[in-house]
Design a protein around this ligand. Structure first.
Ligand SMILES: [Zn+2]
Length: 539
């Protein structure tokens, strides 16, 4: 995978030596401590006999701290060894009391997950934590799913116990996965664990680490016994080679137990969230009506009789431009456009868009739900259009093309008089096409929500550019060097022009967001509201 997130260090150095402030879009990425390129956790399950016997001296020699997911009864059997492991800084995690798995394992038939229910699992997890704490003084905050299985019950009564793990622990580790964990995306209650049992370093483990270093990921390796050979055994020789690689600074690996890295990841995510929250200029969730939940300027939705009859504008819903659709949103309610209509709905741009006559930066984020080919009426439609004059004159928008099969495009056009002085029609004008960016991903569909972002920077400089994202994935970027001259009082954030479908979670920011931040917005638990509690609308 291509590295989209980390700029080469030399750019940072140049910026540093020029004494320039780093653009915030570069600063707002999850970074591993001390310039490390990736994170690594070694984990071992079941409190096997070899952990105190072989692991304890080996990890002392290699100066490595790892995570052991333990069964209390097995800890009790070699208590002194386990106390020594804790003393050496290893982490103890919870792996249940009796290691229930699918009854298809003959040894698990009498403790089959198929015969469990959620209250029984909750009891067991709490009891295991209490016993581990009583034995070792450690209260586990990490968990590993026995056999990597996370369900209880059968058929229609089957339930996932992932929510229970999310409630009781900081992390839950899966088993026999293939992927590393993205620090920005990973669901911590379902961390991916890659097996290291029976593996060799060069052939099996090193390629995983190389890939993770490129992507800035967190690799969690999982094993059982520690020894020379045998079933479910992580080889001592592999661990020695691995640790030699880890301790070579050129590979940039931060190795620590799962709990320590999880705490760091959570703190970094909180920093990004806070900065997203602080840099909002408008947020409309439609969960409490048509007005924006947060707005630096006027939070009211305005309506007018038509796009070319803005003189009729009034605060509130005086023209049937849109309506709230209850509980149909990506979160909560949505703004619905049931039919193609002449009336238009908009927020005022003044202060709600952080327009700058020089070096203008910002981000537009919204969610759409529709089947374009089935639902849209003939003609172009702009789910969002921000301008003071029109779509081709100092405007930012996304639109669907006029007929099936519909394409979905980003349009960022500066002053018409500059980019198109003769006002040549779009279909005959390469200057129009150059500024248009069609999405390559079209995940739209009825009942499906799609996240759309325009992140722009340096508008009103000769280095203006705008990036287009669908569901967190960049579709491309366009350079826009012509100026955007606005009469700010006239500028508007139009919603749903000629649109039929649902729209939700409109957010405007006063800076361009990094690809990581766009991804974070895309999978923000709880949605836009979760950025709002500490923000108050100005009106
Ligand atoms: Zn196990």
């Amino acid at each position: 995978m291509k590295n989209q997130y980390y700029l080469p260090t030399w750019i940072g150095l140049i910026v540093f030596f020029l004494g320039l402030k780093l653009p915030s879009s570069i600063a707002q990425n999850i970074r591993w401590p001390e310039g490390k390129m990736m994170a690594l956790s070694l984990t071992f399950d079941d409190a096997r006999e070899s952990h105190p016997k072989v692991g304890l001296p080996l990890f002392q020699e290699l100066d490595a701290q790892v995570t052991f997911y333990v069964i209390p009864a097995a800890v009790r059997d070699q208590l002194e060894g386990w106390k020594a492991l804790v003393e050496d800084g290893h982490e103890l995690g919870n792996h249940t009391l009796v290691h229930p798995c699918s009854g298809n394992f003959p040894w698990a038939r009498d403790k089959a997950l198929e015969n469990y229910n959620l209250p029984a699992m909750r009891q067991e997890l709490i009891a295991a934590n209490q016993q581990i704490e009583a034995l070792t003084g450690v209260k586990p905050k990490s968990f590993a799913y026995p056999c990597g299985q996370s369900y209880v019950g059968r058929g229609q009564d089957t339930r996932s116990f992932v929510p229970l793990i999310a409630e009781l622990f900081e992390t839950g580790r899966d088993w026999l996965n293939e992927a590393a964990n993205s620090p920005i995306f990973a669901e911590l209650s379902q961390l991916q664990g890659i097996s290291m049992d029976g593996k060799n370093f060069k052939e099996d483990i090193k390629p995983i680490l190389k890939r993770a270093a490129i992507n800035g990921d967190w690799v969690v390796l999982a094993g059982h016994e520690i020894g020379e050979e045998g079933f479910q055994t992580t080889k001592v020789g592999m661990l020695r080679e691995l640790m030699a690689y880890v301790s070579d600074p050129q590979y940039g690996i931060w190795m620590a137990p799962v709990g320590e890295i999880a705490t760091y990841v959570k703190a970094q995510r909180a920093v990004i969230r806070k900065s997203l929250s602080e840099d909002l200029t408008l947020a409309a969730t439609f969960d409490h009506g048509l007005d924006a939940d947060f707005a630096k300027g006027n939070s009211s939705l305005f309506t007018a009789a038509a796009y070319n009859e803005l003189g009729t504008q009034e605060e509130g819903l005086h023209f049937p431009a849109a309506e709230i659709s209850e509980q149909k949103g990506v979160h909560g309610h949505a703004l619905a456009f049931p039919a193609k209509a002449k009336p238009v709905a908009y927020y005022r741009a003044a202060q709600n868009v952080d327009y700058q006559a020089e070096n203008w930066n910002g981000t537009i984020s919204l969610w759409l739900s529709l089947d374009p080919d089935e639902e849209l009426a003939p003609g172009y439609t702009d789910p969002i259009q921000i301008t003071d004059v029109g779509y081709n004159d100092a405007a930012l928008w996304v639109d669907f093309s006029d007929k099936n099969p519909r394409s979905f495009r980003m349009g960022v056009y500066g002053d018409l008089a500059v980019w198109n002085p003769k006002n040549i029609a779009p279909d005959k004008n390469p200057a129009f096409t150059e500024r248009l960016l069609p999405a390559t991903d079209l995940p739209f569909g009825k009942g499906i929500w799609t996240h759309v972002v325009i992140s722009f920077e340096g508008l009103n400089t000769d280095q203006g550019k705008a990036a287009f994202y669908i569901n967190g994935k960049q579709q491309g970027e366009r350079q826009i060097t012509e100026p955007f001259s606005w009469d700010l009082e006239k500028a508007k954030v139009f919603l749903g022009l000629n649109f039929i479908g649902l729209l939700d979670e409109v957010a405007l920011f006063n800076r361009s967001l990094s690809p990581q931040e766009v991804q974070m917005l895309y999978h923000l638990p709880g949605g836009l509201s979760s950025l709002l509690p500490d923000r108050k609308a100005s009106k």
